[in-house]
Ligand binder design. Structure first.
Ligand SMILES: *Cc1c(COP(=O)(O)O)cnc(C)c1O
Length: 356
């Protein structure tokens, strides 16, 4: 008998979210970010589903794109970090991939290779994130060098450091830099990630690059007229119930101590499956229609929940660790992280089921 801990991936919700993204993106084409195994949702299955709706895919590096090509996906595909070495340049050519170029070192690699620059080239511009890319003033000179190398299609790409906060000084400054650049280039442009799309920051560029919103886990401001549905549900069931008396502790290190006689439900999912060990006492767990507090440290294989206020709780009662009833971002807050990290670092131990 398999233990009842599973991950359900709702592919219809993924489609709905992609369609909603499209309606916010105006005339921009959509490059769906499916890096890191589609944020832990299963890159191949999700990309196959998204192929019906989006215009292309963004992945971090070559191996991710090659896996998609080998699964038969032939839409445009962008390597957000571009080639790391000559082998990558060969693979990019062989598989018809689009590459981001963020450094002179990468352009040197292209110059040394014998491949014609047939696929579109994306030039990474550092508009304020200060992680990757050329400074904006360098753009014309890089564009010129690439045209001389034979590039036919060039897109300038940049990234928001704080897109969740459209009015922050950082976002405002990036907007200014980006707008100035757009006014002076003949190349195509791409700026907005999910936060950029949701907050209406630069949807006039040729491409948007949503990721987290497709999976229904964006931090959406309440006034935003968009509904996104969580795609991943991390499910389990109550495996055991025990009564403890006031003063007794639960779990490793005795972190949580009962202040009243309590009923404790044990759930067979832990950090070995991807549930965050940093979750504090009081982290919400959805159990048969209500939320109950996690109590005691998260173990590798189990967590414990205080269900004292649910006296007829039964072994086998359905549990959702996050999903449709409990946002992953909410759990993440109790674990001092973000939904992106929880989704992306599922360990592969609990079986993943795709619905439908
Ligand atoms: C991951 C990534 C995205 C997608 O970001 P979300 O916040 O998930 O929408 C877009 N652009 C770049 C450069 C990225 O690295």
């Amino acid at each position: 008998m398999p233990r009842p801990t599973t991950i359900a991936i709702d592919l219809d919700a993924l489609s709905l979210n992609a369609a909603a993204t499209g309606s916010l993106a105006g005339n921009s084409r959509i490059l769906a970010s499916v890096k890191a195994n589609a944020y832990g949702h299963g890159m191949i299955r999700c990309s196959q589903k998204l192929s019906e709706i989006v215009d292309g895919f963004a992945v971090a590096f070559c191996e991710e794109a090659v896996a998609l090509r080998e699964a038969g996906i032939d839409l445009p595909m962008l390597l957000l970090e571009g080639p790391f070495d000559r082998c990558d340049v060969d693979a990019i050519h062989e598989h018809g991939l689009m590459m981001t170029l963020h450094s002179h070192h990468q352009i040197d690699l292209l110059e040394q290779s014998c491949h014609p620059l047939t696929a579109p080239i994306w030039i990474k511009i550092d508009s304020g994130m200060h992680r990757l890319g050329f400074c904006p003033a360098e753009a014309p000179q890089i564009e010129k060098r690439l045209r001389e190398l034979g590039a036919q299609s060039i897109t300038l790409i940049s990234h928001y450091a704080d897109g969740e906060h459209p009015h922050s000084a950082l976002t405002q400054e990036q907007q200014k830099v980006w707008q100035r650049l757009k006014n002076t280039t003949l190349s195509q442009t791409s700026m907005a990630n999910s936060a950029g799309v949701i907050n209406g920051l630069d949807t006039r560029s040729n491409w948007v690059r949503p990721g987290i919103m497709l999976y229904g886990a964006a931090h959406v401001a309440t006034e935003t007229p968009i509904s996104l549905e969580p795609v991943m549900s991390f499910n389990s069931e109550v495996m055991a119930l025990r009564e403890i008396t006031a003063g007794e502790s639960v779990g490793y290190g005795g972190r949580w101590r009962a202040t009243r006689d309590s009923l404790i439900a044990t759930i067979p999912a832990g950090y070995g499956d991807g549930y965050p060990r940093t979750a504090i006492d009081g982290t919400p767990v959805w159990l048969q229609g209500r939320r109950f507090p996690l109590v005691g440290r998260v173990s590798m294989d189990m967590i414990t929940v205080d269900v004292t206020d649910f006296s007829d709780c039964q072994v086998g009662a359905p549990v959702e660790l996050w999903g449709k009833h409990l946002a992953v971002n909410e759990v993440a807050e109790y674990a001092a992280t973000i939904g992106y990290e929880l989704l992306t670092r599922m360990t592969g131990r609990a079986p993943m089921n795709f619905v439908p």
